[in-house]
Design a protein around this ligand. Structure first.
Ligand SMILES: [Zn+2]
Length: 298
């Protein structure tokens, strides 16, 4: 069996990742799942940016109401099922809240596996019903969530998705696994340690993806030119303290293909690009000198 994304053979079938059973795709890593669905994520992000109004809630208010996105998944007031040409059933869940007496909405678009959300394409909070409606495609459905007690106790592959930290471990494993023999040898990594702070503080690219419902992984990438051109990649994840992120791994590489693999999930606009795209909250790292607190990229 091959990973449908990178064609890597999946040796043990029970080590495969999957997020749906209608089509039956198998993946070698969570990163490949994200890579595979990236075009669909981008289409939905485009729809978001095309439809969002200038009078949208401020980033701070959206952040304060971020829980609505999870309430939408857990106990939606509305649910829609769209059958895609790929065979996937994509769901949009809506929950209602309020902010200072004004109605707000949490919207989450995902795939479902055995009655549970398995892959989240996009999730946001809005005050505008028009933005909600833009995502309510397909037919309205009523979902009864399966009880956890009905699920087999055996460690089915889907359990790997339920583990908060498996995915960034797999992100790291997947990158390490694809490291070329000609790349910078690990013994030289200490020579590049000074790149860590620079990459965190002033990345050339920042990528973000959600590994489970409230956990993000971040890939900071910075291009350097010294004796030769290389990149420094930092993998970080949300810490227990929501104001912090913590390092998972950091390494230099001269392999453009490996850097391409590190471009996983959603690209965050950097301040230098005038980015204002914070439907997900970005949390500043405690080590970056960016104030050590909660911060937005703009
Ligand atoms: Zn793969």
């Amino acid at each position: 069996v091959l990973c449908v994304c990178c064609q890597t053979p999946i040796v043990a079938r029970d080590s495969a990742y999957f997020v749906e059973e209608e089509v039956g795709r198998l993946f070698c890593s969570e990163q490949c799942i994200i890579q595979f669905f990236r075009p669909e994520i981008q289409t939905l992000e485009k729809l978001y940016f095309k439809t969002v109004l200038p009078t949208e809630l401020s980033a701070d208010v959206r952040e304060a109401h971020a829980h609505l996105r999870w309430r939408a998944l857990e106990s939606p007031s509305e649910a829609y099922e769209e059958r895609l040409p790929s065979g996937d059933r994509r769901y949009t869940f809506v929950a209602e809240g309020n902010s200072d007496g004004e109605r707000t909405y949490g919207v989450s678009v995902c795939l479902m596996l055995r009655g549970e959300p398995s892959f989240l394409f996009i999730a946001f909070v809005t005050r505008h019903r028009s933005l909600v409606d833009a995502f309510c495609q397909g037919r309205p459905v009523t979902l009864t969530r399966e009880s956890h007690q009905d699920e087999p106790a055996s460690p089915a592959p889907r359990d790997r998705l339920a583990d908060d930290w498996t995915a960034d471990d797999s992100a790291r494993a997947s990158l390490v696994q694809h490291r070329s023999e000609n790349d910078i040898p690990e013994a030289q990594f200490p020579d590049f340690e000074d790149c860590l702070e620079g990459t965190l503080q002033d990345p050339s690219e920042l990528w973000q993806y959600e590994v489970s419902l409230e956990r993000n992984v971040y890939h900071f990438i910075k291009e350097y030119t010294r004796a030769e051109k290389f990149w420094y990649v930092v993998i970080a994840r949300d810490a227990e303290d929501p104001a912090q992120i913590e390092l998972v791994d950091a390494f230099p590489t001269r392999d453009a293909d490996l850097v391409e693999r590190a471009r996983a999930g959603m690209k965050r606009p950097l301040p230098s690009e005038g980015g204002d795209a914070d439907m997900h909250e970005y949390r500043g790292t405690g080590t970056s000198g960016r104030g050590g607190g909660k911060g937005h990229l703009h």
